[in-house]
Write a protein that binds this ligand. Structure first.
Ligand SMILES: COc1nc(N)nc2c1ncn2[C@H]1C[C@H](O)[C@@H](COP(=O)(O)OP(=O)(O)OP(=O)(O)O)O1
Length: 161
């Protein structure tokens, strides 16, 4: 049986740049990514997104400024976990990004996103994010450096049926 766990992943953006964080420990260490993590039991997904963003780079965002732009599902060969990742984007936020124990934040120009130091899947769905399109993707990994199969599609709405 597959265990489904919900995670958040938040990207702060402005006209020219996107904020990424270099993961300093744990899952995805040494990769650039958005900010997020596990949704705690009984926690609302938006509350978790706000909390993880603050914990990981000291930035504040209001729930109504978080736009759910994608859903990514990750499985790993031989593992019973499915990571169900809710992706959010925000252009309205408060603070200056600060390094924490978990993440080193840095703004990147849109044409300088460091895909070579990110999860392999990122370069497949970032084009949707960058064009403000909604997306769903499912990726099955072998280890952390090889995607065995995947599907990705544009969505008209993030509503769940
Ligand atoms: C496998 O491909 C992935 N690609 C991308 N771009 N992001 C991913 C992938 N798999 C997971 N993620 C995201 C989802 C979350 O935002 C983080 C993982 O969260 P983490 O394990 O660090 O969760 P925390 O609750 O912060 O964990 P600890 O408190 O136990 O450190 O990566």
């Amino acid at each position: 049986m597959i265990l489904n766990k919900v995670y958040t992943l938040v990207f702060l953006r402005n006209e020219q740049q996107i904020l990424l964080g270099l993961k300093k420990r744990g899952f995805g260490v040494n990769k650039w990514n958005g900010f997020g993590g596990k949704v705690e039991p009984k926690e609302e997904i938006l509350d978790a997104a706000v909390r993880e963003l603050k914990e990981e780079c000291c930035m504040s965002v209001r729930k109504h400024n978080l736009k759910n732009i994608g859903n990514l599902q990750f499985t790993f060969e031989g593992e019973a976990l499915m990571m169900d990742v809710r992706v959010f984007s925000a252009t309205s936020f408060v603070g200056d990004p600060e390094e924490t124990e978990e993440m080193l934040p840095k703004w990147f120009d849109y044409d300088k996103i460091p895909f070579e130091d990110m999860w392999l899947d990122d370069k497949l769905w970032f084009p949707y994010l960058l064009k403000d399109k909604l997306f769903y993707g499912r990726f099955h990994y072998q280890g952390y450096d090889k995607i065995l199969n995947y599907t990705i599609q544009e969505l008209n709405s993030m509503e769940r049926k």
